[in-house]
Design a binder for this molecule. Sequence first.
Ligand code: CP
Length: 329
Amino acid sequence: MLHHILNISDLTKSDLDYILSVAGNIANNPSRYGEVAKGKILATLFFEPSTRTRLSFESAMLRLGGGVIGFSDMSASSAAKGESIEDTSRVVSCYCDVMAVRHPVAFEPHKMASVATVPVINAGDGANEHPTQTLTDLVTIRQRFGRLDNLCIGLCGDLKYGRTVHSLIKMMARYPGNRFVLVAPESLQMPADIIALLDEGGIEYTVTDDLEAAIPDLDVLYMTRIQRERFEDKSAYERLRGIYILDAAKLGAAKKDMVVLHPLPRVDEIATDVDSDERAWYFKQAQFGVYARMALMIALLGLNNMMGEDMLYVSAPEKRDADRLQAGA
Ligand code: CP
């Protein structure tokens, strides 16, 4: 059974198939899962601000019939009095069945996991990883295209500090035929260790700073925010902010069935005139994040026995939307 989810690579292909399948099934009929986690408690320990991740985790557990405890601000916890993160983990383990932890410093959730007696989920650690955002992204892409392979995926913006793209590229590189276009200024390009993984795996990728030139080839355009809070040199942030802005005019050059994703929050990298385009899926993506986290907690807590066979596995979603858009409808 799954235990901690600290890095996206903690998930095997069969774990992932299970989570995507259950999440797809939940998306079709969320209310059927309303008692699956009755009596279970999720603790959300957020040492760094969040809207989507914390609230979607809490919504996910409540929608499964469980309860939620936690804090959304380090100053509201005994960390402010100097308690170590390990002691916090030991204590909160006594109060819950699963923990979701966000921290501004990379690998702090890993420290909590090293002493926890319940599963720990990394809800974003510094500039390192954000595995449940990747589950969200995969559920969304699968719902959109009916598959996760043979796609041309553009990652645009802050690829250096953006933890969501680090987890996403590692996972999407596992699927055959995927190609990546890495769109960023040189100073914010993908870290060398991830480029090395692509090279070792013989994965096709292009490095560019030209978003407009990249757009026509893409099936998925994954926009990201320049991560102001991770810059030591604030003047460097000021020089780079606003460097990529996707607007309706630029989207005109994209395929009719391309999908625009963004982990959110956005600042200015997607103009609001894109929001009404059928290719803009970033708010749907936030909805799929609830289903992804519901499915992950079902897997981590071993709640299969609470569900009928029909609630576990479904075939890949139909490509209704993709086909309709391809036809120009
Ligand atoms: N996508 C994401 O992690 O958003 P939050 O920072 O609001 O949780």
